[in-house]
Write a protein that binds this ligand. Structure first.
Ligand code: ZN
Length: 389
């Protein structure tokens, strides 16, 4: 058992100064003064001057790497375990991405299991950018139902020259399979959508909602801060009941090319009265961040960082005046709700003991606990992983 004493609790909503007791991998008590009659096996952690918040939920990470848009030498490396811990990410969703030829879902599952062994909660989507959808067991439905870690499909690419240029009917069938698989397995069954900068934008999602029985909330489109134009379409989608996700990994050049930084995009949505429950941020960690010139030639390629998720939350609060509870929701309870992770993203009784301690002033991550186990201690020491890979 671990007793967190005198923490300023954001559950992610502000709850005042509280004690939080965890036993094994669960939160078992939250009160303003918890006393435990245990002579042994209790560790007390003094949290004065610190915020206690839920471990971050990163809904999109290329855990086995991604990219390759500039040839084989530009394939990005896999995500080291320590990157997630440093960034306070205790739950994450692994995806394949552009390259489903030299990279495989089998590898994503193996990496997910390795990260789970080290203490993280790891899920994955079947499929890649492409249609027909790559899968393991024969169909999207079967993958979601029969593979423990599999909770949805994606990221399916729309409005992108790297995508399969699929029709709304094809996308509707993908969503139908994910929806039924999710229902039968009691999982989210969400369709993660990679949104490119193509002219059609988000129109295909509205077409599916208009012409089929699939609700717009079945989709979870990301990179909505890619351009001003996509952001405006994202706000319209949210107002129609859809979810929108902002990518926190970026580069100077991508911002100069017209991307809206994720914290700025969040502030703008709140100013336009978008319901906070429909907005999330994800890191796109270990993705490639390619820049193409007007002729479609690759001119620059950097790598996404899982740690950018925490930094974007801090920037939203410190630079853009977003309320801390709102900024936290976009990387904790909101993605957990959308993905159907019912034990994640909140400091609540019975939830998984994924807990971060942050400096109350700077919001720096001081300690990381995942499912009750300490992954980073107050000295900044990170739990050993076999190869840190
Ligand atoms: Zn993407």
């Amino acid at each position: 058992m671990k007793l967190f004493k005198n923490a300023t609790l954001y559950s992610p909503d502000y709850q005042g100064i509280q004690d939080v007791l965890i036993s094994g991998n669960k939160i078992i008590a939250i009160d303003d003064a918890i006393k435990v009659n245990a002579s042994h096996g209790l560790q007390t952690i003094d949290c004065r001057g610190q915020l206690l918040v839920p471990g971050f939920v990163d809904s999109l990470v290329h855990i086995t790497g991604g990219g390759g848009e500039g040839g084989f030498h530009t394939r990005t490396p896999q995500m080291p375990f320590s990157d997630a811990v440093k960034g306070g990410v205790t739950s994450l969703v692994g995806v394949l991405g552009t390259d489903a030829v030299t990279r495989s879902l089998e590898d994503v599952i193996a990496k997910a299991k390795a990260l789970k062994h080290d203490g993280l909660s790891v899920y994955l989507h079947t499929g890649s950018y492409h249609y027909p959808v790559v899968n393991i067991t024969g169909s999207i439905e079967k993958d979601i139902m029969l593979i423990d870690e599999c909770i949805g499909v994606g990221e399916i690419a729309i409005a992108d020259h790297r995508g399969s240029q699929l029709s709304w009917q094809e996308l509707a069938r993908i969503a139908a399979q994910a929806r039924v698989g999710g229902m039968l397995a009691n999982k989210g069954g969400i369709v993660s959508i990679h949104v490119g900068d193509g002219d059609r934008g988000l129109s295909i999602l509205h077409e599916v909602a208009e012409h089929s029985d699939i609700p717009i909330s079945q989709f979870y489109p990301t990179h909505i801060n890619r351009t001003e134009k996509v952001l405006a379409q994202g706000i319209a989608l949210a107002n129609a009941g859809g979810y929108i996700d902002f990518t926190t990994s970026t580069t100077e050049q991508i911002l100069a090319d017209g991307e809206v930084a994720a914290p700025e995009a969040l502030k703008r949505c709140l100013q336009e009265n978008v319901n906070i429950a429909q907005i999330t941020m994800s890191s796109d960690g270990n993705a490639s961040l390619p820049v193409f010139d007007s002729k479609g030639r690759l001119t620059d390629l950097q790598i996404g960082q899982v740690t950018s998720l925490h930094q974007a939350m801090v920037d939203a609060v410190k630079q853009h005046g977003v309320a801390l509870n709102d900024a936290l929701k976009t990387i904790t309870s909101n993605p957990a709700d959308i993905l159907g992770l019912t034990q994640k993203g909140q400091i609540e009784l019975g939830f998984d003991a994924d807990v971060l301690l942050l400096d109350a002033d700077t919001l720096t991550i001081n300690q990381v606990f995942a499912q009750g186990k300490c992954l980073m201690n107050a000295a900044g020491e990170i739990k050993q992983s076999y190869f840190d890979s």
